[in-house]
Design a protein around this ligand. Structure first.
Ligand code: TYD
Length: 205
């Protein structure tokens, strides 16, 4: 089974990924948690480039770097692990490129889909949890971090994140694998909704 988590920065994905991992491990499943960009030595190196705020990266170059990182992860880790019946949980995947590079940066969505198709080879999650929060909530959760503490993506500004958020809403309306969750609920409420959706999915597989 392949599960991904999506949402704007600060939506609470990482906490929920850890909680889900714990429950699935307790049930005896082999679970692998990955983050994008990252999770292979090459992908982690690409991550350093992408988040380094000293680089001025052109939008399509940015898309291709995210996709290069994704391709490496899919071929070297995700496909082999799924073949071994591991439950793979990915903190961000192809939808992040659609939301951030497509809707956020303004690259035509068809171009992003083409790049994603090359990167993923068509491998998409069985279910994607989208944790929705407002941009003001995201900024509030980021707290009072100084400009110098923000990575290159986090410096993109409020209007960028509004476009990303609209993008996720559009994707959620067209992709049946999207499970939309109100990210302003308590950690435990969100966790219970995720567990019941995963249980329901497991009964159908
Ligand atoms: P990260 O620190 O992992 O953020 P988060 O905890 O919010 O996941 O940094 C990843 C950043 O890269 C985040 O701002 C989202 C962005 N991103 C893209 O713009 N496109 C992509 O395809 C992916 C995977 C991430």
């Amino acid at each position: 089974m392949f599960i991904s988590f999506e949402g704007i920065d600060g939506c609470g994905k990482s906490t929920q990924v850890q909680l889900l991992e714990g429950v699935l491990r307790t049930k005896g499943y082999n679970v692998l948690v990955l983050r994008e960009p990252g999770a292979t030595p090459l992908s982690e190196a690409v991550r350093q480039v992408l988040l380094n705020s000293t680089f001025d990266i052109e939008a399509t170059a940015e898309l291709l770097l995210f996709c290069a990182s994704r391709r490496q992860l899919v071929e070297h880790v995700i496909k082999p692990e799924i073949a071994q019946s591991t439950i793979v949980i990915c903190d961000r995947y192809a939808d992040s490129s659609t939301a951030y590079q497509g809707y956020g940066r303004g690259i035509p969505i068809e171009t992003v889909h083409s790049a994603n198709a090359i990167a993923t080879g068509g491998l998409m999650p069985d279910i994607t949890f989208y944790l929705g929060i407002s941009v003001s909530e995201s900024l509030a959760r980021a707290g009072s971090r100084s400009e110098s503490a923000l990575d290159r993506m986090e410096r993109a500004g409020t209007e960028f994140f509004e476009r990303v958020r609209t993008g996720y809403q559009n994707i959620s309306e067209t992709e049946s694998r999207f499970c939309v969750i109100d990210g302003t609920q308590t950690v435990q409420e969100i966790h219970m909704q995720i567990i019941s959706a995963v249980d329901a999915l497991q009964r159908t597989l």
